[in-house]
Design a protein around this ligand. Structure first.
Ligand SMILES: NC(=O)c1ccc[n+]([C@@H]2O[C@H](COP(=O)([O-])OP(=O)(O)OC[C@H]3O[C@@H](n4cnc5c(N)ncnc54)[C@H](OP(=O)(O)O)[C@@H]3O)[C@@H](O)[C@H]2O)c1
Length: 293
C-alpha cells in the first residue's frame, strides 16, 4: 500500500510513522506541517497527485481546545477545510481517507456510552470544527473512515500523562477534575488501529465505511487517571513521592472551552466490523519512563 500521512509530528502522527516503517510492502510519505500545510488546497492536490497514495491518513489537527475558542477561523481552516481538501484529493485518485475525530463532538449529557449513531452537539469551537470536518470528509470521499477517539496520550507531544509527571516533580499537592469521564487512549494503539484498517482496505476486504469509535478502557475521570499515573510513577521510581490529590468539580476549574462531562465512547462497532479491541491505557502506562521528557 502507499500511505500519505499528514501531521506526522503530532502524537498520533509520530506513532503512525514509526509503525508504518515496519510494515512490509508499504511506501510511506510522512508530511509535517512545514512540508504540507493541509489548509493549502493547491499543495494538498499536488502532494496527492504526485505520490498517488492508496490511503491518506490525516493526523493533522488544531487540537488546542481552549485556544480554539479565540482561534475560530484557524480551527475551521485546519479541522474542517484541510480534511475536506484531503478527502477531495483522495476521491480524485481513488484513495481511501482515514480521518481522526474526537469525543468532543458530543455534549456529554448522555447516561452511558456514546455510540456512532448518537446525536452530536459539541460544546465548543474545537468540537464544532472537528464535527464540520467529519461532515466534509464524509461528503467528499466515498471511501472514508472517521475514527473518533478521546483523551490521547503518547510518548511524543504534549498530553495529560506528561503534564502530571512534570507537575509531580515540583508539587506536593494537586487538584484534578473528578466529574468529567472518558477513555484515555494510547496514541500507539490509535496508530495500529488505523494501520489494521488501512491493510483491510488495500487487501480488498469488504469494508463498511463511515464513523467508528475507538478509545481506551476502563473509562475513568481525570482524577482517577491522574491517581493511576502517579501510582505507576512511584512504583517504577520515576517519582519519589505521590502528590496529595484532591478531586475537584469542573466549576472549580474554569476553562475558556466547555467540555463534555461524559465522553465515554462505545467501541462495539469497531470490534464487530474490524475485530479491533479497545485500547487498554493501563498497559500503555506500564512503561511510564517513556512519558518523561
Ligand atoms: N489530543 C487529544 O487528546 C485528542 C482527543 C480526541 C481526538 N483527538 C484527535 O486525534 C488526532 C490526532 O491528535 P494528536 O493528539 O496527535 O494531535 P497533535 O499532537 O496536536 O498533532 C497535530 C499535528 O497536526 C499538525 N498541524 C496543525 N496544523 C496543521 C496544518 N495546517 N497542516 C499540517 N499539519 C498541521 C501539528 O503541527 P504543529 O505542532 O506544527 O502545529 C501537529 O503536529 C486529531 O484529529 C485530534 O483532533 C485528539
Amino acid at each position: 500500500m502507499r500511505v500519505l500521512i499528514t501531521g506526522c509530528y503530532g502524537q498520533v502522527g509520530c506513532s503512525l510513522t514509526e509503525q508504518l516503517a515496519k510494515v512490509v510492502n508499504t511506501e510511506v510519505l510522512a508530511l509535517d506541517r512545514d512540508s504540507l500545510d493541509i489548509t493549502n488546497q493547491e499543495a494538498v492536490n499536488a502532494a496527492v497527485v504526485e505520490f498517488q497514495p492508496s490511503i491518506i491518513i490525516n493526523a493533522a489537527a488544531h487540537t488546542a481546545v481552549d485556544k480554539a475558542e479565540e482561534e475560530v477561523d484557524l480551527s475551521y481552516a485546519i479541522n474542517r477545510d484541510g480534511p475536506k481538501y484531503l478527502a477531495e484529493a483522495a476521491q480524485s485518485v481513488g484513495a481511501a481517507i482515514l480521518h481522526i475525530s474526537t469525543d468532543y463532538v458530543f455534549e456529554g449529557n448522555k447516561v452511558g456510552d456514546y455510540t456512532e449513531t448518537d446525536t452530536t452537539n459539541p460544546r465548543g469551537v474545537y468540537g464544532e470544527s472537528k464535527l464540520a470536518g467529519e461532515i466534509a470528509v464524509a461528503q467528499s470521499c466515498d471511501k472514508h473512515i472517521i475514527l473518533r477517539t478521546a483523551w490521547v496520550f503518547g510518548e511524543n507531544g504534549n498530553n495529560f500523562v506528561k503534564t502530571m509527571l512534570r507537575l509531580g516533580q515540583i508539587r506536593d499537592a494537586l487538584s484534578i477534575v473528578g466529574d468529567q469521564f472518558g477513555g484515555p487512549t494510547y496514541a500507539g494503539d490509535i496508530a495500529s488501529t488505523l494501520i489494521q484498517i488501512a491493510k483491510r482496505i488495500t487487501q480488498g476486504s469488504e469494508v463498511e465505511y463511515g464513523i467508528y469509535h475507538y478509545s481506551g478502557l476502563p473509562h475513568v475521570s481525570w482524577y482517577d487517571f491522574a491517581d493511576a499515573i502517579f501510582d505507576v510513577a512511584v512504583q517504577q521510581k520515576v517519582l519519589v513521592n505521590k502528590p496529595a490529590l484532591t478531586s475537584i468539580t469542573t466549576d472549580q476549574y474554569p476553562t475558556p472551552a466547555k467540555r463534555p462531562s461524559n465522553s465515554r465512547l462505545n467501541n462495539e462497532k469497531i470490534m464487530t466490523n474490524f475485530f479491533i479491541e479497545a485500547s487498554d491505557w493501563k498497559v500503555a502506562l506500564n512503561n511510564i519512563q517513556a512519558y518523561t521528557d
